[in-house]
Design a protein around this ligand. Structure first.
Ligand code: MF3
Ligand code: CO
Length: 247
């Protein structure tokens, strides 16, 4: 069952998402060669707590940190630590916030110093795919219209779409129904309605779509070691179309 949120619940989620948006902007400003991912994590956690909110991921199924910091061939769920960012890295910063008992979830990818043209293109296309998915988050559309819009973008550019990981409904829980794959045929699945709130999150690989998990049990990397990129926003479906809460 897809849980519909009332207007007042969407307002509570808007507040959660506003803190998350500010957190990612703050972390984004600190990204430069030499900073450790642990330092970014500390800044994010302190900012979230100072706003009367809690990190959404810390403790979730035992996840140890506030951010997921996924560098280059890391697709998602990279754990912050002593690694220093290097010129030319591509880093995805994924963060969740709980405020008013509601989650919000968003990811921004950033260039560290100067990145390759290939990396720039992968970032641009992944971001554009997110935009086209968000645009389909409208009442009357089918769920898989979002998936199809995202996949089309990847394939037009020869990128692999990660199959095992999806977007999701979000609310009082981080992961609610439905799952929102980043691939699929249009016109399938439930019809979208005002009050649904989704986290839409394309993950595109420069090479193969195949992934594997590292020994730490969390970090997911591309099987071929090539670059991957991830963007994510939390969006509410309203009478007036998609409202991107995390912007
Ligand atoms: N955006 C990710 C997701 O929706 C973040 C979850 S990380 C976890 O799955 F640590 F909380 F699992
Ligand atoms: Co998510």
């Amino acid at each position: 069952m897809i849980k519909l949120k009332t207007d007042s619940e969407v307002e509570l989620m808007r507040q959660s998402a506003a803190i998350l948006r500010e957190t990612l902007l703050l972390v984004g400003k600190l990204i430069k060669p030499g900073i450790t991912t642990a330092a970014l994590d500390t800044v994010a956690e302190e900012y979230i707590r100072s706003n009367g909110a809690e990190p959404g991921f810390k403790g979730y199924h035992g996840y140890p940190a506030t951010l997921c910091t996924s560098i280059n061939e890391q697709v998602v769920h990279g754990i912050p630590g002593s690694r220093e960012l290097e010129d030319g890295d591509l880093i995805g910063i994924d963060c969740g916030v709980i405020k008013n008992y509601f989650y919000s979830d968003s990811t921004r990818s950033f260039a560290v110093g100067k990145i390759s043209r290939e990396a720039e293109k992968l970032m641009k296309i992944t971001k554009e795919a997110l935009e086209s998915g968000l645009e389909k988050a409208r009442s009357g559309n089918h769920l898989s219209d979002i998936s199809y819009a995202i996949q089309k973008h990847a394939e037009a550019n020869g990128y692999g779409v990660v199959r095992e990981l999806s977007g999701h409904g979000i609310g009082r829980e981080l992961h609610e129904e439905p799952q929102i794959p980043n691939y699929g045929y249009p016109g399938e699945g439930p019809v979208l309605k005002a009050g649904m709130v989704f986290a839409i999150e394309p993950m595109f690989n420069e090479g193969t779509e195949e992934i594997r998990t590292l020994e730490d049990g969390w970090t997911i990397v591309t099987k071929d070691g090539k670059l991957s990129c991830h963007f994510e926003d939390t969006v509410a479906i309203t009478k007036n179309g998609p409202e991107i809460l995390t912007r």
